[in-house]
Design a protein around this ligand. Structure first.
Ligand code: ZN
Ligand code: ZN
Ligand code: ZN
Length: 380
């Protein structure tokens, strides 16, 4: 199997400087005095610092005007300095085990009126910050940070291509792992091993949904034994060393499925193509959803497509933009998202085809390139 190419885990420092400035600008336009960002995808996006969210407070204090400060537990100063934070020249405020980091943050923002908190901040920290800054109004930072994260630059697009190639390499092996008599769990274990071997640093999810389990879109694995005639939905993904995620679904058939399944699967292929073909700058997210959904609906399968068409992807597997009815956001070049229609018939079977695509100036580019048709697994 082909292994993914490793790309450097940190981007150029100037990228983070630009992002920090852009967020400060957006915050000031929105009338927000400061952002507080704890470990998670937003902190990694803004500073390259890949810290784990823990009970001890690590927090980027980013005033809309003024210099950013990183508040870190003393024992994590070395880790913070080893990240791009070290070369970005951000002021580090270390706190000792018996200090109160929440009042330290509050003291850095005297008189702040509106403070935006990152969407993933733990409720316990949100409430302690609220108590320490009773005069400040808390809002979520997503509307400030996500419009930036949604528009991928060329390095991020390269990272998503790299992640796509890595998960494609895993799918290339899946047909060989699916044999009648094996359980979903056994196959899932082999897939997880290959996700790491292909260059990912974490296995984010492994869905091996055979036969009737395919009707549950987020089924993971079970001890069900794969039988001849089973369609198997395999939806897998992981994170690469640079943090960018892969996510791809292919549907396999262990021996010949029932006739109607093949018929419906052909409709699904056309639906997936129709949504992809609808992608162009200026097209609303909901129109991309509708393009594929209409194909399934016209074939009488509309009620079996029970989820949105897709989700954005980047440092998180699910992020903006969401390809769903009601989302009037217009797609722009550089936006990356999944196109993953499916059909799900309870008690019987399911199917899904999923690619990660990037909107280009003229249409789209898919980072996944494995054949999309029903992948046949020969049985003796
Ligand atoms: Zn999902
Ligand atoms: Zn997905
Ligand atoms: Zn998926």
């Amino acid at each position: 199997m082909a292994y993914g190419v490793l790309v450097s885990t940190h981007l150029d420092d100037s990228v983070y400087r630009t992002r920090l400035r852009a967020v400060q600008q957006a915050a000031s336009t929105a009338g927000i005095d400061a952002l507080l960002v704890t470990p998670g995808p937003d902190l990694r996006y803004l500073t390259g610092y890949e810290a784990v969210p823990l009970e001890r407070l690590t927090c980027l204090v980013l005033p809309s005007a003024g210099d950013p400060v990183m508040v870190v537990p003393g024992l994590e100063v070395l880790a913070a300095k080893a990240s791009p934070i070290g070369v970005l020249g951000l002021t580090l405020h270390a706190w000792g085990e018996t200090d109160d980091p929440v009042s330290l943050v509050a003291s850095l923002l005297p008189g702040a009126g509106t403070i935006a908190l990152d969407d993933h901040m733990w409720a316990e920290k949100v409430l302690r910050l609220r108590a320490a800054m009773p005069g400040a109004r808390q809002v979520i930072a997503g509307p400030i940070i996500h419009p930036l994260r949604m528009r991928k630059d060329s390095a991020e697009i390269a990272a998503l291509r790299n992640a796509g190639a890595a998960i494609d390499a895993v799918h290339a092996d899946v047909a060989g792992l699916l044999r009648p008599g094996r359980t979903e769990r056994e196959v899932g274990r082999d897939i997880a091993e290959r996700i790491l071997a292909a260059g990912h640093v974490s296995v984010d999810f492994v869905i091996v949904a055979s036969g009737p389990n395919g009707a549950s879109p987020h089924h993971e694995v079970s001890d069900r034994v794969i039988e001849v005639g089973d369609p198997v939905v395999v939806d897998i993904g992981g994170s690469m060393p640079d943090g960018y995620c892969s996510d791809s679904t292919r549907t396999y058939s262990v021996g010949e499925p029932v006739a109607v399944y093949r018929e419906w699967f052909e409709v699904l292929e056309r639906a997936q193509q129709a949504s992809c073909a609808a992608i162009a700058p200026g097209v609303a997210c909901e129109a991309i959803d509708e393009a594929g959904r209409a194909v399934l609906r016209d074939a009488g399968l509309g009620d079996l497509f029970i989820h949105r068409t897709g989700h954005g992807i980047g440092l998180e597997t699910h992020e903006e933009p969401y390809i769903v009815k009601g989302n009037t956001l217009r797609i722009e070049p550089g936006m990356a998202f999944s196109i993953e229609p499916g059909f799900y018939e309870t008690g019987r079977f399911g199917a899904r085809i999923e690619d990660i695509v990037i909107c280009t100036e003229t249409g789209f580019e898919s980072v996944n390139s494995r054949p999309r048709g029903l992948a046949m697994v020969e049985v003796a």
